[in-house]
Ligand binder design. Structure first.
Ligand code: GAP
Length: 437
């Protein structure tokens, strides 16, 4: 039976809780809106996302280096970046019964979407979370939790330049927590108040921005399709019209995904011009220009920035992978994860809890672990049910050790999507799985 778009989000949310991908934060106290925890399989999925991003944006390239800056920075940073003045959403409140708050730009028809009541005039609401450094909570000690990681790369630009051998064009990449006091968090982990951002600032010659903008748009789209295995028909580019550009941007393209609630931003690729380096240079008084060693030209580099949230990729991958089929009159739920992102790549299971099977199964786990992400499942019970459980967490292969294995030194490999089973000698298992992967 086809899964409707309306059902899909509900089914994935339920699966995430049932199988330990994602839980509501502080659930025993009723939860906290816009905050989520990652359970055992969710952590594994998110680590894979982070590692694949880092591998392809930093480790496999000569021209990008990493950085880890602090979550709390000098207050001047957010004045220079424009976040104090511009990182605002229009907030409206229902004047009717429910008193709910909404983002003014997302409400249609001027009435409360919940109860139909009249709405207040919009007032600008800054999305940055404020806190204080030190024991005195006054305006002089006020700081903000970072709403993006990007500013760390701009503020440390000179440090990276002076301490490494980077030459323009080059990038600085960073992954880490970001905080936004969203008025309407929602759609599960699509819009959060605390999330994991992955950003890369790519510094280029001022007149070469268009070329690099095109390059990064294409490269990032390739990554989703080839590395994460996302269905190409569910991805598209959306070029922002001039009037919806951020204050720092000359041009921005979003890579959008066809979510159950409609096309939504997955990643933004922005041409930030020299806005950030210029404003930090002006405010700090530090020279942030770059001296081209070949031409002896001095200039402020322009910046192309691909930026994406790991949580948004996680929910996209879960939705993209979710499927149901009929097996022997029963509905089978399966996550058809690409091998690169699957939390578990191979599950090894002895057919029963008998000691004589546990020994060889354990040996197989030890042999496979250097090559794959392996889970050992000794829960016993019906093997079919154990396969279903692995299908639900998206494990591409199960390896079963049975009583015949003791004689023929072979095991059964069961494939997730086709459910096909083949017998393979234990001695050839690593090679066989490597080939299949
Ligand atoms: N430095 C540029 C920047 O922060 P953005 O479009 O505001 O740009 C970049 O955010 C990406 O971060 C988005 O494309 C999205 O993937 C993710 N993101 C933004 N706000 C988010 C939120 N509230 N919850 C989860 N992810 C979010």
């Amino acid at each position: 039976m086809a899964i409707t778009r309306d059902d899909l989000m509900e089914k994935v949310t339920a699966l995430c809780k049932r199988r330990g991908f994602i839980f509501q934060s502080s659930e025993i106290y009723g939860g906290l809106s816009g905050f989520y925890d990652y359970g055992p399989y969710g952590v594994a999925l998110k680590r894979n996302i982070r590692e694949l991003w880092w591998r392809h944006l930093v480790e496999l390239r000569d021209d990008v280096v990493g950085l880890e800056s602090t979550l709390i920075m000098h207050p001047e940073v957010w004045k220079a970046s424009g976040h104090v003045d511009n990182f605002v959403d229009p907030l409206v409140q229902c004047l009717g019964d429910c008193k709910r708050r909404w983002r003014g730009d997302q409400v249609q028809g001027g009435r409360c979407p919940n109860c139909g009541g009249a709405l207040s005039e919009p007032r600008l609401f800054n999305l940055m979370f404020a806190t204080h450094v030190g024991p005195v909570a006054d305006s002089a000690s006020e700081v903000h939790l970072r709403p993006e990681t990007a500013q760390g790369m701009f503020v440390d630009f000179k440090n990276v330049l002076n301490s490494t051998r980077v030459r323009i064009p080059f990038g600085i990449a960073q992954q880490g927590r970001a905080f936004r006091n969203e008025i309407t968090p929602g759609n599960f982990v699509f819009r959060l108040r605390e999330f994991e951002l992955m950003e890369m600032e790519y510094f280029v010659k001022p007149d070469e921005d268009d070329r690099w903008f095109e390059y990064w748009r294409a490269e990032r789209m390739r990554w989703y399709q080839e590395v994460l295995g996302v269905r190409p028909d569910r991805l598209r580019f959306f070029d922002h019209p001039k009037e919806s550009l951020s204050h720092y941007s000359k041009q921005t393209t979003d890579i959008e995904y066809d979510f159950p609630f409609g096309w939504g931003e997955l990643e933004g690729v922005a041409d930030r011009t020299d806005f950030d380096l210029r404003t930090h240079q002006e405010r700090s008084g530090e020279d942030l220009s770059y001296l081209d060693p070949e031409t002896n030209e001095r200039y402020l580099p322009w910046v192309i920035e691909p930026a994406v949230g790991a949580d948004r990729i996680a929910i996209m991958l879960l939705l993209d992978a979710y499927d149901e089929d009929e097996v022997k009159g029963e509905t089978r739920v399966v996550l058809r994860f690409h091998r690169n992102v699957a939390p578990v790549q191979v599950a090894v299971m002895p057919l029963s809890k008998k000691e004589e099977l546990i020994g060889p199964a354990r040996e197989i786990v030890t042999a496979l672990r250097p090559h794959f992400r392996v889970e050992y499942d000794q829960t016993g019970g019906n093997i079919g049910r154990r396969y279903r459980r692995q299908d639900e967490v998206g494990t591409p292969y199960c390896v079963t050790v049975d009583f015949d294995s003791l004689q023929d030194r072979a095991v059964t490999i069961r494939e997730r999507d086709s459910m096909e089973q083949v017998r393979v000698p234990i001695a050839e298992l690593v090679d066989e799985l490597t080939q299949r992967f």
